[in-house]
Ligand binder design. Structure first.
Ligand SMILES: *[C@@H]1O[C@H](CO)[C@@H](O)[C@H](O)[C@H]1NC(C)=O
Length: 358
């Protein structure tokens, strides 16, 4: 049953792959005044896509019918709804996958990521955009300048997780930051911490090759974890930085890492929880309380695309080196398998048969 469920997701995306954009097909799509139709170009694979593919659920989000995967994406506008004024056919755009459906209280205070009714690509039951053509709310499509590639446009999504996490953590000029986990989210949190002015960033992971990548993109220190106790890891981090970090960005969701995050963070500092693991974990919460370590949650992001795009245009952040593999859309299964086996950092699917460039 599970295998069938997992397989049906890919079957569905393959069905869409075959779909050519005949005009009648496009006209038949439900298309609102505020939507744009996009010809998809690059879609990055996220751990959550692989998780839905393999397991059919993440926590309370359960895949109950075929769902198109993909939410780290960019493409070209080919048609605009009649009330869209800021985009026109031919514009290259980065897609923000979360588009609120209503102007609720969360939306009014600018924290639309918390809106319970938000549309979000590839979170059941909402379809993602790993396909040839896709329509989206135009207000959540952002024009890319000529000097930002489609792949950089797609990488605005993971980069946004790093921006939101670093904003919530209060990273600023001179911050000392400890990042747990050197997967894609740990790496973008590293890039953003540095861009926001962090003086020193230490990154931990179990994998030497992931830490190598962290070094390559700017980590000041790396901490290879074997089977040390959380207090020991915290001590190693303090030794490397020469002091305890004011900020810890936890990107694994593992119980031991959350424990480490509390012990590692300086009194009065902030721990942000970005990684998602089991709902119930045992952590030294009293230690955090007595040292006034603030623990903050992070859920996706909000209000990050314009800033991320200008950071990329000004070349203050370099995300291109995160892309380690590229596959045409027809080879989506190989791409998912590559991601599942943890072989690369970021795997990109190329959805436009006539343009497979970055
Ligand atoms: C990229 O393009 C933008 C907008 O056209 C421009 O402001 C910026 O200076 C350019 N950046 C570089 C590094 O060329």
């Amino acid at each position: 049953m599970l295998i069938f469920k997992a397989f049906s997701i890919v079957l569905w995306s393959e069905t869409l792959m075959e779909t050519e954009c005949s005009c009648s097909h496009v006209e038949n799509l439900w298309f609102s005044l505020t939507d744009v139709l996009l010809k998809m170009h690059s879609v990055g694979i996220c751990g959550s896509d692989v998780h839905y593919w393999e397991r059919g659920r993440i926590g309370d989000y359960v895949v109950k019918k075929p769902m198109v995967l993909g939410h780290e994406a960019s493409g070209t506008v080919i048609k605009v709804g009649s009330s869209v004024t800021h985009l026109q056919p031919g514009d290259r755009v980065a897609i923000e996958p979360g588009a609120p459906r209503e102007t609720d209280e969360f939306c009014k205070i600018g924290r639309y990521n918390l809106s319970p009714t938000i549309f979000f690509c590839a979170t059941p039951p909402d379809d993602g955009n790993l396909c040839r053509y896709y329509k989206h709310n135009a207000n959540f499509c952002y024009k890319l300048p000529d000097n930002v590639t489609f792949e950089e446009g797609a990488l605005v999504e993971p980069l946004s997780v790093g921006i939101h996490a670093c904003r919530r953590a209060g990273v600023t000029l001179g911050s000392r930051v400890f990042i747990c986990g050197a997967g894609p989210i740990g790496l973008v949190s590293l890039l953003v911490s540095k861009a926001m002015g962090a003086a020193q960033v230490a990154v931990s992971d179990l994998s030497a090759s992931r830490l190598e990548k962290a070094k390559e993109i700017g980590a000041d220190f790396t901490v290879k974890i074997k089977n040390e106790r959380p207090e020991e890891v915290a001590h190693m981090v303090e030794g490397l930085l020469g002091c305890m970090p004011e900020i810890t960005v936890e990107c694994t969701g593992a119980e031991a890492c959350i424990q480490t995050g509390i012990y590692a963070t300086r009194a009065g500092g902030t721990l942000v929880l970005v990684g998602v693991g089991p709902e119930m974990v045992t952590v030294p919460i009293v230690n955090a309380a007595l040292r006034e370590v603030d623990i903050k949650g992070v859920f996706r992001y909000c209000n990050t695309w314009p800033m991320a795009i200008s950071m990329l245009a000004s070349k203050r952040v370099n995300v291109q080196s995160l892309v380690t593999h590229r596959f045409p859309l027809e080879q989506a299964l190989d791409a998912f398998e590559t991601t599942r086996r943890g072989l690369g950092v970021k795997v990109m699917l190329k959805c436009d048969p006539s343009d497979q460039n970055p």
